[in-house]
Design a protein around this ligand. Structure first.
Ligand code: NAD
Length: 415
């Protein structure tokens, strides 16, 4: 399954949901293809004076529910089909959290680690010169994704503003705060996941008092989960890992100590007062909640039987294979699917766009309250459908998302 083209997998998920929803053939056919796909070349003047040609992509999957929204990845393995799959994914994600946006994605096939900062700036500007006619606050709003960051968003916003002749902060989200970025964007994905866990515990009558958690992946999301799990729900983090390995302490891992150790050494491994744990062992740790926050396809049919957590909260995109999803469901483990569980980031990106449009900025408290409301509503919409139809949460999330997009397309008279 993992070797299969990601867009083909996405289409299978659409086929399954469309059949369950009883969608007519035209609506189904409409949902399984992107509205627009654009590939282009970006000639880049390198620092040594030579010119290299890079391949760029922008796919606008659907704007049935509002302007398209989706990040820009810079990755050597970027292909049109990965961008198409991720653009479809964004369409369902914005739909499941019910924000008035569609889905898109962009990318450049490149290795950013081999590009100097000045080459990165020229690449960012070249990307915008290629796509500027098809992006904009009312059309399609990019954001950061793998290997792109707030500085790159700032250069892109500047290039677009230069072309338009005035500053247009709302063309892109994930900007630095000084240029119209939103308060609360940095930990929004993790925070949204914690809110979803809180709601899940309510519906399955799980007492979170004294509950323990394990986190696979200690990057921007995993680290924030560590901090917020304690701050918001008083959960005890007993195991965390990164690409070098894992650590464990049944009495709890102190956030500041672990984060400082990671910053100083580049890894969580060998942090004070911890035992070593492998990345496979971390998944099977006896905890209340497991947060996969690293890579895709880490929970498979081979290890799903050994997971002991009561809730699996998917912060990473695609951490559970379809076979493993069925095993977890049959074992009574409550899975919070990525589609909904990690949508906190895009939700606060949408808040950023709204604040840019009004040129009026909300307090951090307001952001947190509004994010909580969106995540809680999304959680309960998915849970209700899962209960009503007797399906897995992941299937329910697809049903909720796809039905909303189909309805919008119908109301607009497209299908
Ligand atoms: P990141 O690059 O900051 O962190 C990734 C972490 O995973 C690093 O600590 C890395 O060491 C660790 N890792 C890599 N390989 C590992 C392995 N084999 N075992 C254990 N850990 C490993 O990325 P991030 O922004 O924290 O994103 C993590 C996941 O969450 C990704 O799947 C991403 O697509 C998803 N996600 C992120 C956001 C966001 O707002 N950042 C939003 C939605 C989804």
């Amino acid at each position: 399954m993992t070797d299969i083209n990601p867009f083909v997998i996405t289409q299978r998920q659409i086929d399954e949901a469309s059949a369950m929803l009883g969608l007519d053939p035209a609506t189904h056919a409409f949902l399984r293809e992107p509205m627009r796909e654009f590939t282009f070349t970006i000639p880049l003047r390198m620092d040594d004076g030579s010119v290299k040609i890079f391949r760029g992509y922008r796919v606008q999957y659907s704007d049935a529910r509002g302007p398209c929204k989706g990040g820009i990845r810079w990755h050597p393995d970027e292909t049109l089909d990965t961008v198409k799959a991720l653009a479809a994914w964004m369409t369902w994600k914005t739909s499941v959290v019910d924000i008035p946006l569609g889905g898109s994605k962009g990318g450049v096939a490149c290795n950013p680690k081999e590009l100097s900062p000045t080459e990165q700036e020229r690449l960012a500007r070249g990307y915008v010169r290629a796509v500027w006619r098809m992006i904009g606050e009312e059309l399609d709003i990019p954001a950061p994704d793998v290997y792109t960051n707030p500085q790159i968003m700032a250069w892109m916003m500047d290039e677009y503003s230069t072309i338009r002749g005035h500053m247009v902060p709302g063309v892109i989200t994930g900007k630095p705060l000084q240029l119209g970025g939103s308060a609360g964007r940095d930990d929004a994905t993790a925070r949204g996941g914690i809110y979803a866990v809180r709601e899940a515990a309510k519906v399955i009558n799980l007492d979170l008092e004294g509950a323990t958690i394990a986190i696979q992946g200690y990057g921007s999301v995993g680290r924030s989960i560590h901090k917020l799990a304690d701050e918001l729900l008083s959960l005890r983090v007993v195991a965390v890992s990164d690409s070098h390995g894992g650590i464990y302490n049944p009495n709890g891992l102190d956030y500041k100590t672990i984060y400082q150790h990671k910053r100083a050494t580049g890894s969580v491994v060998d942090a004070p007062n911890t035992e070593a744990l492998s990345n496979d062992e971390i998944l099977a740790t006896d905890v209340t909640v497991l947060f996969p926050a690293a890579l895709e396809n880490v929970i498979t049919d081979e290890n799903a039987g050994s997971i002991k957590a009561k809730i699996v909260a998917e912060m990473a995109n695609g951490p559970t294979t379809p076979e493993a999803d069925k095993i977890l469901y049959d074992r009574g483990i409550y899975v919070l699917p990525d589609l909904m569980c990690n949508a906190g980031g895009v939700t606060v990106s949408y808040f950023e766009q709204v604040q840019n449009a009004y040129d009026y900025y909300w307090t951090l408290d307001t952001i947190h309250q509004r994010l909580d409301r969106k995540m809680s509503e999304a959680f309960h919409a998915v849970h209700r459908v899962a209960e009503l139809k007797g399906v897995r949460n992941r299937q329910a999330a697809y049903l909720v998302a796809i039905e909303r997009v189909a309805e919008a397309a119908k109301l607009r008279g497209w299908v």
